[in-house]
Design a protein around this ligand. Structure first.
Ligand code: HEC
Ligand SMILES: [Cu+2]
Length: 375
């Protein structure tokens, strides 16, 4: 090998390492690597990670090379005689000063990034994220889209989870209502939770923050690229911890304005009037959806429940007795949660649905009855 080509190789390797420190340039997608960074802060986190890894690798190689070389070179069979000096001020100064310098080199840029991560001032958009067992609630508090509010739940079909169907590429990372945000806008995320501690984690934005009941934490991101980014709850929060993914759609300013307009229309249509008298067919259709989304995990799609754990609603005396049913749905009982978070229309619909399914036939409940019972 000529000296020139050896030089070329060394230069190529060095360039690769340096661009690794540069971050995004080498942001290869690999199951072993961090997610490709999509915000400025995420880029910094990515570069920091590469830099620290490089420093650790160099230290590792240097320390172990010296160690193994010494063991080999000064082995007993070669007649090595152990030195017997104690204390060497020079060595001690060196091994204090060098690590101190290394720590400074690592801590200074890391501190800058952490401070930048915490600076949630001057956001264009403020969104409150609430963790629930086991879904996310999004409320647009300030900025374009203010007032929009929805729940975001796992959309992966049960058949895939139970291995009855092939799993999709976004298996367990897909939701019914993704969070939608505009590109290049500073989004402040305020986090809290309604039951246990959850954590909102989107790797591409380098955002990971605990959502704690009774506390409000905040964090921010400004996405550089349009696209769909996925994350998960990152705090073990109960049996369906693995089933509350996060999907963020980053869209252009125009698409965002369009989405806001659509959501507004949808919300206006959904803002049911609880005073209105609903027809049996409307209540049943709406009730089937409410039941599917909220009740069937325990009481089963068949209404038969799980003997010994969840009572059957088919043939239930409580379902047949309207006042008792209303009170139970609003207040809960033992392991049966309170559903007062649902609207009067949703409650009346699901009550009517359970009263008229699986062989039950016990009449309708109107939203006005729930409205009256809430007082
Ligand atoms: C987390 C599991 C769970 C979910 C979800 C759930 N329930 Fe229940 N439900 C229970 C348990 C447990 C009981 C028994 C409570 C007790 O009396 O100890 C119960 C009891 C009931 C009863 C009384 C049955 C009887 O005959 O005693 C009704 C009616 C009922 N649930 C309706 C609903 C409806 C409607 C929904 C959806 C809005 C729902 N439940 C969601 C667990 C659940
Ligand atoms: Cu969670």
């Amino acid at each position: 090998m000529t000296g020139f080509s050896r030089f070329t190789i060394v230069r190529t390797v060095l360039a690769a390492l340096l661009s690794g420190i540069g971050g995004a340039a080498l942001a290869v997608q690999s199951r072993y690597n961090l997610a490709p960074p999509m915000t400025r802060v995420a880029n910094e986190v990515y570069s920091l990670h590469n830099m620290m890894l490089l420093i650790c690798t160099v230290i590792f190689i240097a320390v172990f090379s010296v160690m193994f070389y010494s063991i080999w070179k000064h082995r007993k069979s070669k007649g090595a005689v152990a030195a017997n000096w104690h204390e060497s001020t020079t060595v001690e100064v060196i091994w204090t000063v060098i690590p101190f310098i290394i720590i400074l080199v690592m801590a200074l840029p890391a501190t800058r990034t952490v401070v930048a991560m915490k600076d949630t001032s001057n956001a264009d958009l403020t969104i409150k994220v609430t963790g629930y067992q086991w879904k996310w609630g999004y409320d647009y508090l300030r900025g374009e889209g203010e007032g929009i509010s929805f729940l975001s739940q796992l959309a992966t079909p049960v058949a895939q989870i139970e291995n009855r169907e092939p799993k999709s590429a976004t298996y367990l990372l897909e939701v019914d209502n993704p969070l939608v945000v505009p590109v290049n806008k500073k989004v402040r995320v305020i986090l809290t939770a309604s039951d246990v501690i959850h954590a909102w984690w989107v790797p591409a934005f380098a955002v990971k923050q605990d959502a704690i009941p009774g506390f409000a934490r905040d964090i921010w991101f400004r996405a550089d690229k349009i696209g769909t980014f996925r994350g998960q709850c990152a705090e073990l929060c109960g049996k369906d911890h693995a089933f509350m993914p996060i999907v963020v759609n980053v869209v252009s300013a125009e698409d965002y304005a369009k989405w806001v307009a659509e959501r507004r229309t949808q919300m206006a249509a959904l803002a049911d009037d609880p005073g209105k008298t609903w027809t049996h067919a409307d209540l049943m259709a709406r009730g089937a959806k409410v039941y599917q989304a909220n009740c069937q995990v325990c009481h089963q799609p068949t209404g038969q429940g799980v003997p010994g754990t969840f009572p059957a609603l088919a043939g239930s005396k409580v379902v047949a007795n309207t006042p008792e049913q209303i009170a139970l749905l609003l207040n809960g009982r033992n392991a049966m949660p309170s559903w007062k978070g649902l609207s009067d229309v949703e409650l009346a619909a699901v009550a009517t649905y359970t009263k008229n399914s699986w062989g039950n036939s016990a009449g309708d409940v109107q939203p006005a009855e729930f409205k009256a019972a809430r007082k």
